[in-house]
Design a protein around this ligand. Structure first.
Ligand SMILES: Cc1cc2nc3c(=O)[nH]c(=O)nc-3n(C[C@H](O)[C@H](O)[C@H](O)COP(=O)(O)OP(=O)(O)OC[C@H]3O[C@@H](n4cnc5c(N)ncnc54)[C@H](O)[C@@H]3O)c2cc1C
Length: 352
């Protein structure tokens, strides 16, 4: 029988280490427990929040007035065909352990996503990506509990609505699906992808012209570590949720006005397939006058990555939101570009 815990502090369940308690909290280790938990909460009219590793969350100081469902489903199965490996991982599998597993076996497709914190079930939520790879490149199926119908469904990639750090699960129908397992299609023996200058430079400096998957993983981890983008308890920048802001994507027609405000600065830009243009949030933040390490009391920018907002002793969620608002306002007044937050906000907190 289901017995949720009451008044459970969430501060240790998220990487920012801020936020209040969950009114109810339950950890589900199998699909039946997930379904039972959802029924229990629905029957009581309680909102449900699904928790993975808490690495992309800002939880309000007042906490969550509802039920937090911690995903603890484990297990990995693989099906090998002559040309591919279909790997299905339960939502509670630690993401980076899974990536390491694929690299060790020589299965290409996830190597550039090494070192990203969190659990498998969250990877389709914001279509996790880094260094030129996104999970949507390899995801073939998402098994999920549809809270609307109460049934377990399998969604194919076109149904997942994947976009840049976005999906059906994040913005199309937020809260509707509890991801139970994800299937990735990997390429045994294929060459790794090196699309990013940072990676290419590091490999070149070590004389590696044709890197193995393991060498790419090692390079990604090294570059990420240099930016405090892996979780390391000894790192003073550790209390973050990675990049706090998305790279803004603007209409091509808006570019001239932004360029005019940039007044001769060579602003980085990446044309998108739909004709819009992606800008660099880090560049905009820096040119708006914010420096790495700059802080307002216990919250500030990482000393090693402009996009990461980090917490120090005494920080509260409201300090994080206030600092993020200040950065956003600075960029907007300097360039007329509005930044949007990447993490998900729980409870009575947000940037607006
Ligand atoms: C140091 C650092 C570096 C990072 N680098 C990257 C990066 O390079 N690229 C990148 O994309 N992200 C990055 N992130 C952000 C984060 O790690 C990823 O978004 C990760 O996938 C979140 O996983 P999680 O399990 O911690 O999710 P959580 O933070 O627990 O949850 C995030 C959201 O997903 C939902 N969710 C989680 N699991 C499920 C599920 N099973 N079913 C339904 N909804 C679910 C939650 O409800 C919430 O809305 C970084 C974060 C940190 C701290």
């Amino acid at each position: 029988m289901l017995i949720p815990l009451e008044n459970v502090p969430l501060v240790t369940h998220c990487t920012l280490r801020v936020g209040g308690a969950a009114r109810y909290f339950i950890e589900a280790a199998d699909e039946a427990a997930v379904a039972e938990t959802i029924r229990w909460a629905t029957g009581r009219g309680l909102p449900v929040r699904v928790l993975g590793g808490g690495s992309n969350l800002v939880i309000a100081d007042e906490g969550v007035d509802g039920l937090v469902l911690k995903i603890a489903l484990r297990g990995v199965t693989t099906r090998e065909t002559p040309s591919a490996v279909e790997m299905t991982a339960a939502a509670g599998e630690p993401w980076d352990d899974l990536v390491r597993h694929t690299v060790e076996r020589g299965w290409a497709g996830l190597e550039c996503l090494s070192g990203i914190p969190g659990l498998v079930g969250a990877t389709p939520i914001q279509n996790v990506g880094a260094y030129g790879q996104e999970v949507s490149d390899t995801v073939t199926a998402v098994r999920a509990l549809d809270r609307e119908s109460g049934r377990v469904v399998t969604l194919a990639p076109p149904e997942c609505g994947f976009g840049y750090r976005d999906s059906l699960f994040k913005s199309g129908a937020p809260g509707r699906y509890v991801v139970l397992a994800v299937t990735y299609r990997l390429a045994p023996g294929a060459a790794p992808q090196v699309r990013y200058a940072d990676l290419a430079r590091d490999l070149e400096s070590r004389g590696i012209a044709r890197p193995s998957l393991a060498e790419v993983r090692e390079t990604v981890l090294k570059v990420r570590r240099s930016k405090s983008m892996v979780l390391d308890a000894a790192d003073p920048n550790v209390r973050s949720c990675g990049s706090f802001f998305l790279n803004p994507i603007v209409e091509a027609g808006a570019l001239a006005a932004i360029d005019a405000r940039a007044a001769g600065l060579d602003m980085p830009r990446w044309p998108q397939p739909d004709g819009r243009v992606k800008l660099s949030a880090a560049w905009l933040i820096e040119r708006a006058g914010f420096a790495r390490g700059q802080a307002d009391g216990p919250v500030g920018l990482s000393t090693r990555h402009t996009l990461a907002i980090v917490c120090h002793d005494g920080a509260r969620a409201r300090d994080v939101a206030a600092f993020a608002r200040r950065v956003r306002a600075g960029v907007e007044s300097r360039f007329g570009v509005r930044l949007h937050a990447e993490p998900v906000f729980w409870g009575r907190i947000g940037l607006d």
